[in-house]
Design a protein around this ligand. Structure first.
Ligand SMILES: *[C@@H]1O[C@H](CO)[C@@H](O)[C@H](O)[C@H]1NC(C)=O
Ligand SMILES: *[C@@H]1O[C@H](CO)[C@@H](O)[C@H](O)[C@H]1NC(C)=O
Ligand SMILES: *[C@@H]1O[C@H](CO)[C@@H](O)[C@H](O)[C@H]1NC(C)=O
Ligand SMILES: *[C@@H]1O[C@H](CO)[C@@H](O)[C@H](O)[C@H]1NC(C)=O
Ligand SMILES: *[C@@H]1O[C@H](CO)[C@@H](O)[C@H](O)[C@H]1NC(C)=O
Ligand SMILES: *[C@@H]1O[C@H](CO)[C@@H](O)[C@H](O)[C@H]1NC(C)=O
Length: 631
């Protein structure tokens, strides 16, 4: 395609791009335009919306994009650069050669547009669109970004139909099919628009095409001299026989190939170059693999990776394009529907991010096993959120310290005094503790196959906690574990819910609930014991010094709360719609056992608890950190 000089048609201002390089090939007249197949048409008919060349080469982005800026009102600018009559937009007649004046997204009413959007979404997630190949891609990232992300040659996600109507801000460049790319990518020597319009010769004042634009094929752009090598990211690192890195064209000799991290060599690791050909005729190429580090990890899901129908190890740091990853929710988690697959795309990126699952909480499953000794029976599901806190003692072994409750698979709520050194007025070092879940007998050594042990990596004590001298005001701590517990019917988190400011006291009044602890006798069996709570103001009648963040519970019958129960939770059941959308009964955490005033080892009725309602920010921020970064 050549454009002759002197095209001064007023409407099109083609003079602005007058570009004279065709003199030697002058088969068309000076006032004519040479079509790609060599036909000549009048230069007045170029970029006017009508295809006058038999091959349409007078109405393409490569020919017309550069005159776009000269197509001012009252003219209408087609996406590819053609300039047509001002009333063309949405007048029901297609005036632009690419139809960009009449696309559904430009001209349809709201219903039309919504219907169209739904069609593009197909059975993909919200905020995704479906490629003709069936793969789902995120709209914000992949739709109309210049790249053919569907990568099936159709450039579906970059079509005029989907992108033509988009408005691109001043500092950006609008590709010939409508997508916006950064302004700095214009004429930078790389095709950033899938149709190559950002490198159009007339736009960039270059005489040759950088690389063939449409259609996008797997063809590798190659350097011009020496043995063929791909350009850009795909070019391997080349070393001579001496191990020296060679950068220029390779003209002859034996060389070795390798790739940057994250890329994998396709072809042999070495080859002989002669007469601009490689000995084994394969062009070495570095293919970008998808970075898998951290992509499929998280305690809420389990991943299954396949490549070409074969199972592959998800733990590998990089996976080749074509790898598919399926997910299911981990035990104890659920999702509204099936979890979408991830796919590694050509170009080395994942088509989407992993979707997490939601945590289940506060439900006690039907027991599947029970343990009996000394006349006690313990059902294995008796209180699945209760854990034991153990402390490394005398450089020898772990001793029982306190109870605690599971908030997420790697977050424990307990009492601050359980992890606080009254002498130094600081928390003990986190690495002196271990946490054990499904602990049916209290002694560290008295184990069952259900036990799971974790280390503590972080201790967060309520900010106002000062210990005994302040009567255990703000006696609350959160412990983060080195690894999440594997949830099951015997290990499950408790639910927490925060009520309005006005209700934070009344919510602890007269609530029939239970607390967890280990018996002080025999083998220290795990128990889940009934108790009834009283709000702070009522506890005050018996306990003058009770701090404002506390409430109390009365145990019932012959069960008592004892010292070892510190840190454990007081919970009560409530109907809730929150977790499954339909009504279910779940256990919620109301308080953490703090101390039993006037008691030696066991409280003969009254126990003081920290009201979790007063620690909403601390608890919610630790829980969301666990969920947002590790689930
Ligand atoms: C270009 O193609 C058209 C239609 O196929 C044909 O009529 C014309 O002769 C071709 N021009 C040249 C110079 O080959
Ligand atoms: C375009 O090329 C012509 C001829 O080579 C040159 O005179 C002119 O300065 C160039 N314009 C730009 C914007 O580079
Ligand atoms: C892969 O991803 C991880 C985590 O995001 C990052 O630290 C690492 O640098 C990435 N590797 C490459 C080669 O980009
Ligand atoms: C154990 O579970 C069974 C069946 O759910 C129940 O009847 C029994 O009371 C439970 N025992 C204890 C000690 O919780
Ligand atoms: C636990 O067992 C170990 C080794 O069998 C022993 O050294 C330790 O004293 C025991 N600890 C307790 C608290 O029983
Ligand atoms: C806890 O930490 C100790 C010492 O750092 C280590 O030997 C042990 O394997 C860890 N245990 C768990 C369950 O991670």
């Amino acid at each position: 395609m050549q454009l002759k000089s002197g095209l001064t048609r007023g409407l099109l201002f083609l003079c602005a791009i007058s570009f004279r390089i065709g003199a030697i090939l002058a088969e068309c007249e000076d006032t004519q335009f040479e079509c790609d197949n060599g036909s000549c048409i009048s230069s007045y008919n170029v970029c006017d919306g009508d295809k006058n060349c038999p091959d349409g080469s007078d109405e393409t982005a490569l020919t017309c994009i550069s005159q776009r800026e000269h197509c001012n009102k009252p003219f209408f600018q087609c996406a590819y650069g053609g300039c047509v009559i001002g009333t063309a937009g949405c007048n029901g007649v297609q005036e632009c050669a690419d139809g960009s004046d009449e696309t559904r997204l430009r001209c349809g009413n709201t219903d039309d547009k919504n219907q169209f959007e739904r069609r593009i979404q197909g059975n993909c997630q919200e905020d995704e669109f479906k490629c003709p190949s069936g793969i789902c891609l995120d709209k914000t990232t992949f739709l109309c970004n210049g790249k053919d992300d569907c990568a099936d040659g159709s450039a579906f996600d970059e079509s005029v139909e989907l992108c033509g109507h988009i408005y691109c801000p001043q500092y950006s460049f609008k590709c010939g099919t409508g997508s916006c790319i950064a302004g700095s990518m214009k004429c930078n020597g790389v095709n950033d628009c899938h149709d190559g319009s950002d490198e159009a010769p007339l736009l960039c004042n270059t005489t040759r095409k950088i690389s063939s634009p449409v259609p996008v094929t797997v063809e590798i752009p190659q350097s011009q001299e020496g043995c063929p090598l791909p350009l850009g990211d795909e070019r391997p690192i080349i070393k001579g026989t001496g191990g020296r890195i060679l950068t220029g064209p390779i003209t002859h000799g034996l060389v070795k190939f390798s790739c940057e991290r994250g890329h994998v060599l396709e072809g042999d690791t070495s080859s002989y170059c002669a007469n601009r050909k490689w000995g084994n005729s394969l062009i070495p190429k570095c293919v970008k693999y998808c970075n898998s580090t951290g992509e499929f990890e998280g305690y809420s899901t389990n991943a299954l990776c396949t490549y070409a129908g074969q199972r592959v190890d998800c733990k590998k740091p990089y996976h080749p394009p074509g790898t598919e990853v399926q997910f299911v929710c981990a035990n104890g988690f659920k999702a509204d529907g099936p979890l979408p697959d991830m796919k590694c795309m050509r170009g080395g990126y994942w088509n989407r991010q992993r979707q997490r699952c939601q945590q289940e909480c506060g439900q006690i499953a039907t027991p599947t096993k029970s343990f009996s000794a000394n006349g006690y029976t313990i059902n294995n599901t008796v209180v699945p959120w209760h854990v034991g806190l153990y402390v490394w003692h005398n450089e020898r072994d772990y001793h029982f310290q306190c109870g605690g409750s599971l908030l997420t698979p790697d977050l424990i709520i307990t009492a601050a005094h359980c992890v606080y050194n009254e002498g130094t007025r600081l928390p003990y070092s986190f690495d002196t503790f271990q946490v054990i879940a499904a602990k049916y007998y209290r002694n560290y050594n008295d184990t069952t196959p259900d036990d799971q042990i974790r280390n503590v990596t972080f201790i967060d004590i309520a900010r106002g906690y000062k210990g005994r001298i302040e009567d255990f005001y703000q006696d609350l701590a959160l412990l983060t574990l080195n690894e999440p517990f594997e949830l099951s019917h015997v290990i499950r988190p408790i639910c927490v819910k925060f009520v309005s400011f006005a209700e934070k006291e009344s919510v602890t009044d007269d609530r029939q609930g239970k607390f967890a602890g280990w018996s002080i006798e025999d083998r220290h069996e795990l128990q889940f014991v009934p108790a009834v709570s009283k709000a702070n103001i009522l506890c005050r009648q018996s306990l003058r010094d009770i701090k404002s963040d506390k409430f109390c519970i009365f145990t019932q019958g012959k069960s008592l709360a004892c010292q070892g129960d510190s840190g454990g939770g007081f919970t009560a059941v409530q109907e809730t719609l929150e977790f499954s959308g339909r009504s279910s009964t779940r256990h919620f955490l109301f308080g953490v056992i703090s101390n039993a005033p006037n008691a030696d080892q066991c409280a003969h009725s009254l126990t003081v608890l920290t009201n979790v309602q007063h620690f909403e920010d601390m608890i919610l921020s630790a829980m969301s950190k666990s969920v947002n970064t590790r689930s």
